[in-house]
Design a protein around this ligand. Structure first.
Ligand SMILES: [Ca+2]
Length: 90
């Protein structure tokens, strides 16, 4: 189970890195959020977040990406709203 532990720690570290990136970008986060909302439905879907993270240089495995998404989706409704970001990052 040692490998699983290492993997978990890596995901945790990676999540923190991404959360820090979000925090650093906070001033422009509203704009970034609007940019991410391609659907104009006022929320960010998995595809949108994946696109943003790739833009930032994070090429994540689906399993890892899923964990990041779950972390950012504060109310667990399957999409990230601006409220979610304020709760998780702000
Ligand atoms: Ca949500």
């Amino acid at each position: 189970m040692k490998e699983n532990k290492v993997e978990f720690e890596d995901i945790d570290k990676l999540t923190n890195t991404i959360m820090r990136k979000f925090a650093e970008q906070w001033n422009t986060l509203q704009k970034a959020f609007n940019d991410m909302c391609k659907s104009k439905e006022g929320n960010v879907k998995k595809y949108d977040l994946e696109h943003l993270l790739e833009h930032w240089g994070f090429h994540l495995k689906p399993k890892v990406f899923e964990q990041i998404f779950q972390k950012l989706d504060y109310d667990k409704d399957g999409v990230i709203s601006y409220q979610d970001l304020q709760n998780t990052v702000g």
